[in-house]
Ligand binder design. Structure first.
Ligand code: WQD
Length: 340
């Protein structure tokens, strides 16, 4: 089976990608330092697959340890690089940690891939690179804007690094950059899902924890935006759909179908939903009435962003399949499993 290294493979998106890779016939190999994930996620993956998955407990920024993995695992044919810190607010408080980890681990990975002759990379980027877009929906040609956080800047820097490395005369690495929108939901088995450590930054885990009584109330950050109901608009994509996009991207690279050494794709549903629509949809699918407070805007929030998902559909043949309602239902099922 074709071996694919998944850095951050015990994380929220990484764990779902490991499952989809294995079920598509690949041999995933997990690298994770568990700085922002839990070993229980690996147990959940193995329970879904019914088999063990090779795991290396190392930091991607540790070149010697990473070299050792490439040597031990021998015939790695591609890498999906998820490992990164991803909390916008935290990045403002800890910029050095974000640059060191998010940028440093990519630099180390590219160096070791070059030494090992591994040529295929899928990189976890983010719609954050668009900043506050002038027009919606955003396409891959929409100019990136100055990021509003160190986290967003690390994603922009990583994309630039990939482009520069790919432009070097001796470069052999082909990369697909996937710009995620807002991942939500959990695997239908409820054996893996989002495990926010501490108080959740993101909307959906905060909603499910409020519904579960862990949080006293949900605050909607701003209802005076220029949107249909005044709350922010985002493109909420089910995490399994997002994981499947990575399998398609890896296969495209392995089949040498990429039209350029770097290809970029938005990975979203192509639809926008407001925060209040998410809240109301959750209440409908869960039967739980949320304690909601309409609060002030959160600094740094983009008023509205959602994807033009045409390119992924036309070039990758990828299209999301899961509705907002079904995504939220899977989040609620996962939260209820956690409570047990
Ligand atoms: C969504 C909307 C909030 C919490 C960030 C990163 C992005 C990705 C996902 C990593 C916003 C509102 C939230 C709450 C609320 N991270 N909200 N009450 O900020 O769009 O994206 O996380 O890949 O790169 O930028 O996601 O879930 O934090 O917020 O009203 O308690 O929900 O204001 O409008 P965001 P989010």
């Amino acid at each position: 089976m074709t071996k694919i290294l998944v850095t951050g493979g015990a994380g929220y998106i990484g764990s779902h990608a490991v499952v989809e890779l294995a079920q598509a016939g690949f041999q995933p190999v997990i690298i994770d330092n568990f700085s922002n994930s839990q070993e229980s996620a690996v147990a959940g993956i193995e329970a879904i697959l019914g088999t063990a998955v090779p795991l290396h407990r190392i930091d991607c920024g540790d070149a010697a340890a990473l070299r050792q993995v490439f040597e031990t695992e021998k015939d790695i044919k591609g890498v999906i690089h998820f490992a990164a810190y991803k909390a916008v607010g935290e990045s403002v408080a800890k910029p050095l940690a974000y640059f060191q980890n998010n940028v440093g681990s990519l630099l180390t990975l590219l160096e070791v891939m070059k030494e090992a002759g591994v040529e295929n990379l899928v990189f976890s980027s983010s719609c954050t690179v668009y900043g506050v877009p002038d027009a919606l929906p955003v396409t891959e040609a929409t100019p990136t804007k100055p990021a509003s956080s160190p986290y967003g800047r690390t994603k922009q820097m990583c994309e630039d690094i990939v482009h520069d490395v790919s432009g070097a005369p001796d470069n052999q690495i082909r990369t697909i950059l996937l710009r995620y929108f807002n991942p939500i939901g959990a695997h239908e088995s409820a054996k893996i899902g989002e495990l926010p450590l501490g108080v959740p930054n993101n909307l959906v885990p905060f909603i499910t924890q409020t519904a579960a009584g862990i949080r006293e109330k949900l605050t909607v950050y701003g209802t005076d935006y220029d949107t249909p109901d005044g709350s922010c608009i985002r493109d909420y994509i089910h995490v399994v759909d997002l994981a499947k996009a990575h399998v398609v991207a890896v296969q495209r690279l392995l089949d040498h179908k990429a039209s350029d050494t770097v290809e970029t794709f938005n990975v979203g549903t192509g639809h926008g939903n407001t925060v209040l629509e998410v809240v109301h949809t959750f209440e409908e699918v869960s039967g739980q009435k949320l304690n909601v407070e309409l609060g002030p805007r959160r600094p740094g929030d983009v008023p509205a962003i959602y994807a033009d998902a045409t390119k992924a559909e036309q070039v990758l043949g990828f299209k999301t399949e899961t509705s907002l309602a079904d995504s939220l239902a899977s989040s609620w099922k996962w939260q209820q499993t956690l409570a047990k």
